[in-house]
Design a protein around this ligand. Structure first.
Ligand SMILES: *[C@@H]1O[C@H](CO)[C@@H](O)[C@H](O)[C@H]1NC(C)=O
Ligand SMILES: *[C@@H]1O[C@H](CO)[C@@H](O)[C@H](O)[C@H]1NC(C)=O
Ligand SMILES: *[C@@H]1O[C@H](CO)[C@@H](O)[C@H](O)[C@H]1NC(C)=O
Ligand SMILES: *[C@@H]1O[C@H](CO)[C@@H](O)[C@H](O)[C@H]1NC(C)=O
Length: 463
């Protein structure tokens, strides 16, 4: 009887030990996963907006969520580079480092150099590099360099028209342009890009006068990428700068794949020179803006956000979710899967978006730990996801133009904040139309969610 008992105990031990071990392991994993989730959830609690229809549903690459997928995507060049850094900040692998609210902000860009050196000596990465298209190879060659000198900048101030302001400027218009696009700059200066005090939207109801705000402007430029350009543009540009005070130019080649550089260098300049700007509108030089409505919209956001203290995450535009890299070799957006794998994170279309001055400074800090990516608006999304901030979708930003013929209706331009792709001539005549239809259309509301085209349409339009 005693022996039987003993054997039973042995069997029990044999069977139970692995079970207990397994249970402990499961508990361990569960606790770790929970810890990770609380970290992300806590930082999202203070968000009051979520981009409709584009909520984080788990399909976002490339931020690693779990520690056991160590080799996921490791055969793509950019993912590999960034993984080295993201693992360094992973709350599970390094729980202590994540105690501070923004653990990445105090890090210099030395980490980028380290990961670059570590990855580029790998055999498979060298092989990848050899097969990249020329443009990507060129990008990779220079993706480490960010310290390009400023050639021309507004005279010691943050954008044109800093004088005679009686309160902090509401918005800085930061517009990406190139040396040769003088005509576009002129159209913008005459129309929606006027600086100084600008009135908000007029309505029938506002008898006690309309709200307004101070507007400043800066154009962002590199050097023209054209060796055959017969004349040197720099003298022209200096004269232009003296006259308008709104030119900010760096000494790098103004190519499509260098546009990300423009964002990062702008954030850097902004962090140093601009203290009191509430919002930044960042856009291309071929957009049309309904400035009075934008002013009114931003005033209302300012009231709301200051009350809720959420300005530091504020970014709004036409948000694109679950986008995939373009794999069509002839496209100017082509990204080989040996360079980047996975979805892109949520990002607002780069044609025109608005974010807070505070966020610009945080973006600058975080960008020191995010490798440059050839597509500028995607890079903004990559920085945002690492700040645990979500861009807000607003249907009044039309980076892909009006759906169908909606743009031809009398008041259609009064229902938007921004529309992409207009020539200088169109900008001038649209602006005149807006003044002409002002009285008839002044009370039409902004486009809202029900008129929104869905995410898939936007994706198709994007590529
Ligand atoms: C995530 O959202 C996108 C669109 O935003 C959708 O296409 C996709 O099916 C969603 N994925 C899941 C798992 O729900
Ligand atoms: C950015 O980093 C600098 C240096 O670490 C820090 O002083 C500053 O507060 C940070 N700014 C923001 C907005 O996080
Ligand atoms: C506002 O005024 C215009 C012209 O005076 C008028 O046509 C329109 O109906 C008014 N709108 C409202 C909501 O009162
Ligand atoms: C970016 O600018 C640098 C500096 O002018 C230039 O050497 C490099 O070729 C440019 N990169 C791309 C991808 O065009």
């Amino acid at each position: 009887m005693a022996r039987r008992c003993c054997r039973l105990r042995n069997i029990l031990i044999c069977v139970c030990t692995p079970c207990v071990c397994l249970a402990l392991l499961i508990i361990y994993v569960a606790v770790m996963v929970c810890l990770n989730m609380t970290v992300t959830m806590n930082s999202q609690l203070d968000l009051h907006f979520v981009a409709p229809g584009n909520v984080n549903n788990g399909s976002f690459a490339p931020l690693p969520k779990t520690f056991w997928k160590h080799h996921l995507d490791s055969d793509a060049f950019w993912n590999q580079l960034q993984q080295v850094i993201d693992y360094d900040f992973n709350p599970i692998l390094h729980p202590r480092r994540n105690k501070a609210r923004s653990p990445r902000s105090s890090v210099g860009d030395s980490l980028l150099g380290q990961s670059f050196a570590q990855v580029t000596i790998m055999d498979n990465m060298r092989k990848n590099f050899e097969h990249f298209p020329k443009q990507i190879q060129e990008f990779v060659r220079y993706m480490q360099k960010r310290n390009y000198p400023i050639l021309i900048q507004p005279d010691g101030v943050c954008g044109a028209k800093a004088k005679e302001e009686r309160e902090p400027p509401l918005v800085l218009l930061a517009i990406k342009t190139t040396e040769c696009n003088l005509k576009k700059r002129q159209a913008i200066r005459q129309t929606w890009g006027r600086v100084g005090w600008v009135e908000g939207q007029k309505t029938n109801r506002s008898s006690e006068g309309v709200l307004g705000g101070y507007v400043r402007r800066v154009f962002l430029l590199g050097k023209e990428d054209n060796d055959q350009l017969s004349m040197d543009m720099s003298d022209f540009l200096k004269t232009e700068s003296k006259h308008y005070g709104d030119i900010l130019q760096w000494d790098f080649k103004d190519t499509f794949f260098n546009l990300t550089l423009k964002d990062v260098l702008f954030w850097s300049w902004f962090s140093r020179h601009c203290n009191r700007i509430h919002f930044i509108f960042k856009g291309d030089d071929d957009v049309f803006i309904n400035t009075p409505k934008l002013i009114t919209y931003l005033q209302s956001q300012l009231e709301k956000s200051q009350a809720l203290n959420t300005l530091e995450d504020f970014m709004v535009g036409e948000v694109i979710g679950s986008a995939k890299p373009n794999r069509v070799k002839s496209s100017k957006y082509f990204i080989p899967d040996t360079f980047y794998k996975g979805f892109y994170p949520l990002y607002p279309g780069g044609g025109g978006l608005v974010y807070s001055g505070l966020l610009a400074k945080r973006l600058y800090n975080i960008s020191k730990t995010v490798h440059l990516f050839p597509i500028d608006d995607v890079y903004v999304g990559m920085c945002m996801i690492r700040l645990h901030a979500l861009p807000v979708h607003n249907p009044a930003f039309l980076t892909f133009d009006f759906p169908k013929n909606e743009g031809e209706e009398l008041c259609s331009y009064h229902t938007i904040l921004m529309v992409h792709k207009r020539t200088p001539e169109q900008i001038v005549s649209l602006w005149a139309d807006m003044q002409r239809t002002q009285r008839q259309c002044q009370d039409v509301p902004l486009r809202s969610a029900d008129k929104k085209i869905n995410a898939e349409d936007r994706l198709v339009a994007a590529f």
